[in-house]
Design a protein around this ligand. Structure first.
Ligand code: HEM
Length: 496
């Protein structure tokens, strides 16, 4: 284990400018690469002293398994960062809440009322509508210009899917909430995400908060107010509809309707508004960016590798054919596409440091003493490029994930999770693992299957670059723009 005396200046992302996901943004610092370098140079477990805070980082499957599974009870908490306090209602949500009874209750509410198999099945028709809308969106765009901005298309797909389930409305497309509200909504979500991903020096050197030279906390307070206003309106609209219905006719209930109907803590008749707001915000933030960023990376890598595109399309033509659209029931049979998604997660994990964990007791890892309150940066970016684990780490080669053919001649389903070997970690593991993984996988596979089945893709004149920027998620630096050509009969596009 290597000990740094002060951490490194590159770990601070303060002042790197706000992230506008519609446009290019400066690359800024890449702390996941700095910490990957530390592990390759000093060993699989590195200790850092960041101002007043103890921290460790690792890129090693066995150490990750030790932290997330064997010592899960000790490492299942979260640091209370300044951003989390401002932007997650004082850590009153699920994702940023410290381990304890509040976190348990909030997580259970999400699992039971949004993410249970039954609820996911109830929303299948919305997902089909959004998949159809995605195809129509690209079809319409290529009649204006062959160049398609995939960041816009995929961002709208994820946002619509999530807001339909949560808020009961689509934000982009016909019958949507309207372009102004949609843009405001997108912008706030992206600013929120950018601020949450920021490694803010004030978390490590309290004196920094007095100076705040880049106005980070001011930005946090500003976004906090705008987001809160947005959530206030959503709750008000839902209450009004409930009152107007007067209990007579109950339409389909979205997540906000359900939250409004649940009892609160300690015998209260209803949940507090602040709890409802924290949950809405968490779900939107956790579900939209992660799946949109993953889809954009997968499209970029596949368009860059025409051999992979051909193989995906051969599989789709065999499993689905050319005379109907892909459905969710096809997804388990798209073995090669599933390998493409695994390979995308290996090279471009949506959460390069997961969401940082924090220890609640002193413990021993790999023979080293780890004090209570140590911040844990599990570097999934470095894990996917760890040369002790993977060969040819810079090569995008989905075949490496193909599992062997079983005795009966059928291939086993390729799982898009960490598996027993912990060689990739897209959704984490243990108590804090992503509760939305099945839904996230459905969003990703559906969008990719539809786009590769319905269209041929080629790079634009500028080619495809694969540079990333750091954030809570790790998006491509430049939005992906590519040339699309229909590959199904014309009537297929009119029937969706
Ligand atoms: C491709 C899509 C997705 C990816 C790659 C992803 C990945 C992750 C990762 C890496 C974490 C951090 C786990 C940790 O810190 O150990 C996480 C947490 C979380 N995710 Fe996801 N996620 C995705 C989709 C979703 C969806 C669709 C939802 C819900 C609608 C969701 C809800 C959450 C929540 C609530 C947490 C916090 C869990 C906790 O702290 O207890 N995610 N996700």
């Amino acid at each position: 284990m290597w000990r740094s005396s002060t951490g490194r200046a590159t770990l601070s992302c303060d002042g790197s400018g706000t992230r506008g996901r519609g446009q290019d943004h400066p690359r800024g610092p890449l702390p996941h690469r700095d910490l990957a370098y530390f592990c390759s140079k000093y060993g699989p477990l590195v200790y850092l002293r960041l101002g007043g805070v103890d921290a460790i980082t690792t890129d090693d499957p066995d150490i990750i398994r030790e932290i997330l599974l064997k010592q899960d009870d000790i490492f299942a908490s979260r640091p209370k960062t300044v951003a989390a306090i401002h932007l997650a209602y004082g850590c009153g949500d699920v994702a940023l809440a410290p381990f304890g009874s509040h976190w348990k209750r909030m997580r259970r509410i999400c699992m039971e009322h949004l993410l249970s198999t039954k609820r996911l099945e109830l929303f299948v028709n919305h997902r089909v509508n959004e998949a159809n809308h995605l195809v129509r969106d690209v079809w319409k765009r290529i009649h204006v210009s062959k160049l398609v901005n995939l960041r816009e298309v995929l961002g709208a797909f994820s946002m619509n899917n999530v807001t339909r389930m949560l808020l009961g409305k689509q934000y982009f497309g016909a019958g949507s909430a309207g372009p102004e509200e949609a843009m405001e909504f997108m912008n706030i979500t992206h600013e929120l995400f950018w601020l949450l991903g920021l490694i803010y020096l004030g978390d490590y050197l309290p004196i920094w908060r007095w100076i705040d030279p880049f106005g980070c906390e001011k930005k946090m307070r500003d976004v906090e107010k705008r987001v809160d206003e947005f959530h206030r309106k959503i709750i008000e609209e839902h209450r009004k509809v409930r009152n107007d219905q007067n209990g007579d006719e109950k339409g389909e209930m979205d997540f906000v309707d359900i939250l409004l109907s649940l009892p609160g803590e300690d015998g209260k008749e209803h949940m507090d508004d602040v709890e409802i707001k924290a949950l809405i915000q968490d779900m939107i933030a956790a579900a939209t960016d992660t799946s949109a960023v993953t889809n954009e990376w997968a499209m970029a890598e596949v368009i860059k590798h025409p051999r992979v595109l051909r193989r995906i399309q051969e599989e789709l033509d065999e499993v689905v054919g050319l005379h109907r659209m892909v459905t969710e029931s096809d997804l388990p049979h798209l073995t090669y596409l599933r390998c493409v998604v695994r390979e995308t997660f290996r090279m471009h994990p949506a959460g390069p440091f997961l969401i940082p964990h924090e220890s609640t007791k002193p413990t021993i890892i790999n023979g080293y003493h780890i004090p209570e309150g140590t911040r844990v940066f599990i570097n999934t970016y470095a894990l996917g490029r760890n040369r002790r684990v993977w060969d040819n780490v810079e090569e995008f080669r989905p075949e490496r994930h193909l599992v062997s053919v079983t005795g009966s001649g059928t291939r086993e389903r390729v799982e898009i999770s960490h598996g027993a070997d912990f060689k990739i970690l897209p959704f984490s593991a243990g108590k804090r693992k992503c509760p939305g993984a099945p839904l996230g996988v459905a969003f990703v596979l559906t969008a990719l299957a539809r786009l590769f089945h319905c269209f041929d893709w080629a790079p634009s004149g500028e080619g495809i670059d694969t540079e990333e920027v750091y954030g809570m998620t790790m998006p491509k630096a430049k939005p992906l723009v590519a040339v699309a050509t229909p590959r199904l009969a014309t009537n297929m596009y009119y029937s969706v």
